[in-house]
Design a protein around this ligand. Structure first.
Ligand code: NAP
Length: 320
């Protein structure tokens, strides 16, 4: 089968499309024929060798994908060959024609969702749900700011928050991105590059502030986020690319929390619960992943450059 291989950490060009042996599912594993693989920012950090967790070389990148079950290993009774599924993790990597996953990493993909949409579930939707519901502790009627709402996690978070009855504010850096955020149901949309946008957000809450902020770029925004929180407000740090200075007094005066998260820390029972909610959302149509760009597997280097560029527009996927 064809797969992207990384032989050494480095620039996007270290990802090469090569022929590799077809993996065989072991006990509790499934082999899935992929129709789409999701591209996430974290895979660029791993490829560059700058991420805390470094895989052994050589490796095939990718945690997310969607396709059809090809083969099941011993002890797998939850799925059969031919089932449509999405993957939220893979031991062999999803930038490939086929991928191996453990049964707990495989979830039913409803007919309503395309394979490209399924490739948006594993990391972005799971992160959005984890941040908003499990870490953020949001409730219907809360005011939520999705700070960076135009990308994979942001569009997911807006859809989930709207479906759960929250008042949703979102930001994006381009007009095209802001229009996309509005289309996902955000009640008000702001430009995170405008000089006065924080004041506009505060004003949009009637001066009370925001209950929960889902933060995609904490190194730029965390200090400012604290100033627009409501009493007992929370900032959930999802994305961060450097150091940041904050005034801790802003948390004291509000009894506010800063809550970090990384998806791999999610306990198995909470992960299973989260994916059950996501599959239900695909079934009832409240979750509709936005696929902004489709590239071939060979174009993985281009996908890694694009996912870090400004002007996000939903999800980037690779089509094997
Ligand atoms: P993405 O699709 O590339 O989207 C990036 C988002 O960040 C876009 O909405 C972008 O908006 C926005 N952004 C850019 N500059 C910003 C600013 N100054 N203030 C606020 N937002 C800004 O990436 P993603 O998949 O949604 O992931 C978002 C971040 O979360 C990444 O850093 C990723 O590594 C991280 N992440 C963390 C976890 C975790 O477990 N903690 C899981 C998944 C992702 P414009 O392009 O419109 O400016």
């Amino acid at each position: 089968m064809k797969a992207i291989r990384v032989e050494e950490f480095g620039e996007p060009g270290v990802m090469k499309l090569v022929e590799v042996p077809m993996p065989e599912p072991g006990r509790g594993q499934l082999l899935v024929k992929l129709h789409a693989a999701g591209v996430n920012p974290v895979e660029t950090y791993i490829r560059a060798g700058t991420y805390a967790r470094k895989p052994a070389l050589p490796f095939t990148p990718g945690n997310d994908g969607a396709g059809v079950v090809e083969k099941i290993g011993e002890g797998v009774s939850e799925f059969r060959p031919g089932d449509r599924v999405y993957l939220a993790g893979s031991s062999s990597g999803t930038y490939a024609e086929y991928a191996l996953s453990g049964v707990a990493q495989v979830h039913r993909l409803p007919e309503k969702a395309s394979f490209a949409q399924g490739a948006a579930m594993g990391t972005p939707y799971a992160t959005a749900y984890r941040g908003l519901v499990q870490r953020g502790g949001t409730q219907p009627n809360d005011i939520v700011l999705v700070h960076g709402a135009s990308g994979g996690v942001g569009t997911a978070a807006v859809q989930i928050a709207v479906a759960r009855g929250m008042h949703v504010l979102g930001t994006a850096g381009t007009e095209r991105g802001r229009e996309l955020v509005r289309e996902q149901g955000a009640h008000e949309v702001f430009d995170h590059h405008a000089t006065d946008y924080l004041a506009s957000i505060k004003k949009a809450t009637g001066g009370r502030g925001v209950d929960v902020i889902l933060e995609m770029l904490a190194n730029v925004n965390l200090g400012h986020d604290l100033t627009i929180l409501a009493p007992r407000g929370r900032v959930v740090v999802i994305g961060n690319r450097g150091r940041v200075e904050i005034d801790a007094r802003e948390t004291m005066s509000r009894d506010a929390d800063i809550r970090g998260m990384v998806l791999p820390n999610t306990p198995p029972d909470e992960l299973a619960s989260l994916h059950a909610a996501l599959v239900a959302g695909l079934d009832d149509g409240t979750l509709r992943p936005v696929v902004g760009k489709e590239l071939s597997l060979r174009e993985a280097p281009q996908a890694h450059r694009s996912v870090l560029e400004p002007g996000a527009f939903g999800k980037i996927v690779l089509l094997p």
